[in-house]
Design a protein. Sequence first.
Length: 255
Amino acid sequence: MRRPRRAGDAVELVVRDGVAWMTLARPATENRLDAELLGALAAACAAVEDDERARVAVLGARGRVFSAGLPPDCAWPEPAWPDGIGAVAALTKPVLAAIGGDALGWGFSLALACDVRIAATTAMFALPEVAAGCLPGGGITQRLPRIVGPARALELLLLGTPLLARRAADWGVVAAAVPPARLAAAVGDAARALAARAPLALRLGKEAVVRALDLPLEEGIRLEQDLYVLLQTTADRREGIAAFRARRQPRFRGR
């Protein structure tokens, strides 16, 4: 089902076959994260979270640039601006990023707020802020070291070294770097595969991994066990067992 698109929408949202497609739709500004776009992104995330039809979200962008970060005259968002990046990170449903163009500064931060990233081989990631006497934000100084380690994070942050998509794949920043003509198909295949899986298992698996970053090992293992027990009480778990025994595809309902 498609939400009617209004002219001027900063973020387009379409929910179809279990996938919520969120698209940054300001190519003329290189999808810069101004107050309007961040507010539209936060609103789209809230709609996706509340929509039972949406089992997975995909964040993409129109134009040749995924996002060039903040507006040129803005070093840091105003306190009153909505936290669109935080809204993406807070989604309990899996979020794929379809990165068809460069992700710069806070645009890089936005990409890292997603759970799985697939990029075109022509895409590039960079943090130009320090060279301009600023500090990058949007969570990049916290999420990036967790993915690539502190030494590589410091190289990107302090030197501003561009990170090309293929190297980003080698470092684990993106799950795959594919030719531009294959990006839509690769993201679509991944999204449909996720949407076909048990939504509660996806949510609880994501919760366990995200919370692992902040928990001591013993507490993390205890959380893992608790979430496993919780999952055993669901109708989806019973459906999975019944489908296995009947040798058919399961029909998960998120309950």
